[in-house]
Write a protein that binds this ligand. Structure first.
Ligand code: USQ
Length: 398
């Protein structure tokens, strides 16, 4: 199948492109390198050094003989987007090309506006491009488990059967997300469902949990194929941060009581879920939603697993939660559909966590320890970050 991976230079986009390529698909990646510019803006770098996209593509060809085409395009540039979709003529489009950090979106007005502008309007351009160029293209879009928030009822896979005053209907599951970033994904979901209902497009919305890990069988082939590994308080996700903090001998930064529960998934399962979704497309007119997570854990439990896996003593720093989120809450999630399609998940264990330690040890000198501390507060949007030379400046958000 011809698969276009948008955001194919990022943490998950790149390993997914390689996984699909190895599965025999013809792959092109598109990226505008916004993720690399956020690093410049924040003054941090991925813990693991990453190569340029052309070097990555060359290394993949060298090892496998497979070509991955690459295009440098911003989804905000509709004309350029239409052109590359016409040129590559994909059968499926995997869409990772969004600003994906909740804290980044909560820094201040500029970053909230940028996030929603970039994500919602980029996806809208893409929907129109698919409708005009080839409505049979299957859109596989990265949503997030955070779209649901933490409702006091079980979380279903995207849709909910409701009986109200004696009548029943099937409605999009009600959303109550926790950041302007997560809200951008909710808005996307509505726009995509509308496009399926109105134009007969076919789409899969993957509501993914928190991803952990850094290596996949494909990225491990050669250092030049490595994907990024973020540790900072803006882009680093919780379990990856805890592993890095443990290796550095820093306390694990648990926000609040740590009893907030989240869905998590191993990076290798992410790439496999993408393959399964692409190879089993939605029907024309269908908007289907899969909850892409493999287990539920509290943040305190994550901290305990990392502590037990660590050979040295690890402290926990119970920080006042900089976010507004429910502390102890109901969290029962249905996540059957990807397993029914064949996903055989990796499960979190001390062994799995320990296997991440050597890579952190190898690059620990690259860590800026100050960047580990959270400095974005949901209650007090501020203006601590200058936008000069950043993705914001490139997007001309005032
Ligand atoms: N947390 C800590 N300590 C830390 C970092 C985070 O206790 O040092 C807590 C947060 O308060 C939160 C949870 O861990 O309750 C998750 O935070 P996170 O930064 O790992 O993840 P989040 O902001 O939710 O976003 C990440 C990805 C995003 C994706 C989302 C999936 O950045 O792209 O959509 O995970 S989900 O969480 O299911 O919405």
């Amino acid at each position: 199948m011809r698969v276009f991976v948008l955001g194919g230079d990022g943490y998950l986009g790149w390993p997914t492109a390689l996984h699909l390529s190895r599965a025999g698909h013809e792959i092109a990646v598109l990226d505008n390198f916004a993720r690399r510019r956020y690093d410049e803006e924040m003054g941090v770098e991925s813990l693991v050094p990453i190569e340029s996209l052309p070097t990555r593509v060359d290394a993949w060809r060298e090892h496998t003989g497979r070509d991955v085409q690459s295009f440098v395009v911003d989804l905000a540039d509709a004309e350029a987007l239409y052109e590359v979709i016409r040129e590559f003529a994909p059968e499926a489009i995997v869409h990772f090309a969004e600003q994906r950090s909740a804290p980044y979106s909560m820094i201040d007005r500029q970053h909230a506006v940028y996030t929603q502008h970039n994500n919602v309007l980029g996806t809208l351009n893409l929907l129109f491009a698919i409708q005009e160029i080839d409505p049979s293209i299957h859109l596989v879009k990265l949503g997030t488990m955070g779209e649901y928030g933490t409702p006091n009822i079980d979380i279903e896979e995207g849709w909910l059967d409701v009986t109200h005053k004696g009548r029943t209907d099937r409605v999009l599951y009600p959303k109550r997300p926790g950041s302007y970033y997560h809200l951008s994904k909710v808005h996307d979901s509505h726009n995509i469902e509308f496009a399926c209902r109105t134009w007969g497009l076919r789409a899969t919305d993957l509501n993914q949990g928190i991803v952990y890990g850094q290596q996949t069988p494909e990225t491990a082939i050669d250092e030049r194929l490595a994907t990024r590994f973020d540790y900072d308080a803006i882009f680093g996700t919780v379990l990856n941060r805890f592993v890095i903090q443990a290796v550095l001998g820093e306390p694990l930064t648990v926000y609040g009581s740590g009893s907030q529960t989240r869905g998590i998934i191993d990076i290798r399962d992410t790439t496999e879920c993408l393959r399964l979704s692409v190879e089993h497309p939605a029907e024309p007119g269908e908007f289907r939603v899969f909850n892409q997570m493999t287990e539920s854990v509290t943040i305190a439990e994550l901290a305990q697993v990392v502590r037990h896996a660590s050979p040295s003593v690890v402290d926990i720093d119970w920080l006042e939660n900089p976010r507004i989120e429910a502390d102890a809450h109901h969290y029962q999630v249905t996540h059957r559909r990807l397993v029914e399609m064949g996903l055989d998940p990796h499960h979190l264990s001390e062994t799995l966590i320990s296997s991440m330690f050597p890579i952190v040890r190898r690059y620990q000198e690259r860590v800026d320890r100050a960047a580990l501390r959270p400095h974005v507060n949901w209650r007090r949007p501020a203006n601590p970050v200058r936008a000069t030379g950043s993705a914001l400046a490139a997007a001309k958000i005032e």
